[in-house]
Design a protein around this ligand. Structure first.
Ligand code: SF4
Ligand code: SF4
Length: 293
């Protein structure tokens, strides 16, 4: 079972929930994989403290044009569906950020002026955090496109009982790429006007993917009514409310898992796992995924 943990904005506690949930599930003897898809700023490792055993550089092929061999026929630009290569007068310009690395322009070039060269985009690191299989992506500084790296990161997820995808914040393409193919998206929000606004945006964004949604309210307190009303109106279940507790913030600032020191937080994680278990019993999910729940 793949669960994407997302939020409409940063700072809602998405990584706290993801890492603590991974540990809670592992302590129920589930085989768990934690994937940090927030490749621009992965920080799950600060809490899970994995032992990294492998690091692989990831790159993408882009065309490179030998301007001396080029006859300026313009065929490459006509072929490219993404306007990633354009012939203007006696110059051929390449826009790597638009390129999908299909290799077509090199094939159609009658002068053999195009070669494909590898550009490093980031790396994928994997290892173990106790019993949890840990995988994270790191986008190279200056790289604009994170979605290809996220795609390659997700390809490493494997088939453990529970795969937790810790998504980037926001509502843009990297989030869409991270949640694609998940069995469920757990949206972490906070009961503030900003939190509610961004929750709305996230729900709108995810509507097009038609994925099951559930909400976790972090820093829950007396001002949750509007968030609850919104979820009720949208028919989105609230699976847990994590109390606004100073000890959670203290654990966070020390890079510790709040689950270990705050019983209410631990109870919230158990609640989420129980919901997952019930969901699995009602839906045709792989039986193996629920064997230990
Ligand atoms: S490799 Fe494909 S996408 Fe990239 S520039 Fe060439 S034709 Fe366009
Ligand atoms: S197809 Fe080849 S020869 Fe023609 S413009 Fe492009 S690079 Fe130059």
């Amino acid at each position: 079972m793949r669960i994407a943990i997302a939020s409409g904005k940063g700072g809602t506690g998405k990584t706290i929930v993801s890492t603590n949930l991974a540990l809670a599930a592992a302590q129920r003897s589930l085989r768990v994989t934690y994937l940090d898809c927030d490749v621009e700023e992965p920080n799950g490792h600060l809490f899970l403290k994995p032992f990294i055993t492998s690091s692989r550089t990831i790159g993408q092929f882009h065309p490179e044009v030998d301007q001396e061999m080029c006859t300026h026929c313009g065929l490459c630009g006509e072929f490219c569906q993404y306007s990633a290569i354009v012939c203007i007068g006696e110059k051929v310009l390449v826009y790597p950020e638009l390129c999908h690395a299909c290799g077509g322009c090199a094939l159609v070039c009658p002068a053999d002026a195009i070669t494909e060269t590898m550009h490093k985009t980031g790396k994928i690191e994997s290892g173990m955090a106790g019993a949890i299989r840990f995988i994270q992506g790191r986008l190279h500084v200056g790289q604009a496109l994170s979605t290809p790296l996220i795609r390659q990161l997700k390809a490493q997820a494997g088939h453990n009982d529970l795969v937790i995808l810790d998504c980037p914040p926001g509502t843009s393409c990297p989030v869409m790429e991270s949640v694609r193919g998940a069995d469920l998206v757990l949206l972490v929000t906070e009961p503030t006007p900003f939190g509610l606004n961004d929750l709305r945006l996230a729900v709108e964004m995810l509507a097009s993917l038609n994925l099951p949604l559930a909400v976790v309210i972090n820093r829950a307190g007396t001002s949750d009514q509007k968030t609850q009303a919104f979820c009720h109106h949208q028919g989105i279940p609230i699976w847990a409310q994590i109390p606004d507790d100073r000890r959670v913030a203290q654990a966070y600032s020390r890079g510790e898992l709040a689950r270990d020191s705050v019983p209410e937080f631990r109870a919230a994680m158990e609640q989420i796992l129980d919901h997952l278990s019930h969901l699995g019993q009602n839906d045709p999910l792989p039986e193996r995924a629920l064997a230990h729940l």
